[in-house]
Design a protein around this ligand. Sequence first.
Ligand code: 5AD
Ligand code: SF4
Length: 450
Amino acid sequence: MTVNVNTLRPLAGSGRKLYIETYGCQMNVGDTEIVVSLMQREGYVYTERMEDADVILINTCSIRDNAEQRIWGRLAELKGLRRRRPGLVVGILGCMAERLREKLLDGATGVDVVAGPDAYRDLPRLVREAEAGGKGVNVLLSTEETYAEIAPVRLDRNGVSAFVAIMRGCNNYCSYCVVPYTRGRERSRDASTIVAEAQSLFDNGYREVTLLGQNVNSYRTGDVDFPELLRRVASVSPLLRVRFATSHPKDMSDRLLETMASMPNICRSIHLPAQSGATTMLERMNRKYTREWYLGRIAAIRRYMPDCSITTDLIAGFSGETEEEHRETLSLMREVGYDFAYMFKYSERPGTYAQRHLPDDVPDDVKSRRLQEIIALQNELGLASYRRDVGREFEVLVEGESKRDANQLSGRTSQNKVVVFDRGEHRVGDYVRVRITGCTAATLFGEALE
Ligand code: 5AD
Ligand code: SF4
């Protein structure tokens, strides 16, 4: 018989209920799953109902000012709940923790715990301190922490696709970006723990993993680089789909493309943030590539995998952006023909190189107009991309029921496009061959072929 060491001492949590709200990127979603795992070990029980919780944690994002504003709003709302529930512990996790610890601990906001992205192992102690009436604070960043052996508790519940963090932090220092300051230095997680996690997900019925990092192309541990890691994870089973995000164009190697092309279960979908289409702007952004380099990488992707979808991130109105530079972004979009894009208005972030040296000098109405032009063009390009799929056949991995109609299922193509089709005898987790019969700008409709 094995003895659970936790039973040898009283558990601090002992049935107390934990609620976590997550903001921001997929990395944060993954971190929340690690936090739940660490807190469950201490006897806390996860709840989906905030009203029932003894401990409320908010996993925060600092990437743009509006993300932070939403969280301040949320904290103001929680103050009422705290008045009604003495003893309730409220904690802040993630990117805002480091940046705003002082302000967060100020009596007015009423936060009891502040834990940065590398301090989650310490969280049970921090919460205990708060429960004893103190404040629990740890925002130390680490050069080593990867939570390598922690088995995340999957909260998504579709039971088909899961995120797996393979690295943390970022060393790129794009001049607008706060991430290197909030999440610290880049470090890669041990490859064998990543492959073991993918294997265990597969054994538990999962059929898709998305490998996550700020810049997965620079993954390295020992002699395992990213193409090799991808090959190992994809070798778990031909029935396990593998995706990854995010790639930095400067590190997008032919070897990676070769590896992808050689294994059909590595998905035909690449997220390659361009940020801007103008070389002069890319220089100010410290992106370390030119427009021509970026287009060269797109050509390489098309060469290796003509059916690969390409998506991107774009920023409108960064420091000094001229009308000509903005037009170059629009022309880059047309040249690539993105399937999808995340599009943002530049938001100056405290502590970044840009905030210190590059004025936020594009007037807000100009930023908004440029962003609107980018969005309008992407709507056109996205619709064209979905229309091209009508009449084609795809293998769809079923993720769940369609939100609109319980007689229909919803899944994704390898290119990461959502497909809705009649249920028939098919079930969640199945691979189904589907012919596309129609589309909107964000969904394909089809009929199962078997
Ligand atoms: N303002 C606007 N967008 C930003 N991003 C990162 N920092 C900022 C900022 N200060 C965008 C980039 C990045 C994505 C995750 O967020 O496009 O790729
Ligand atoms: Fe930020 Fe650039 Fe790192 Fe992405 S690669 S997280 S944009 S610094």
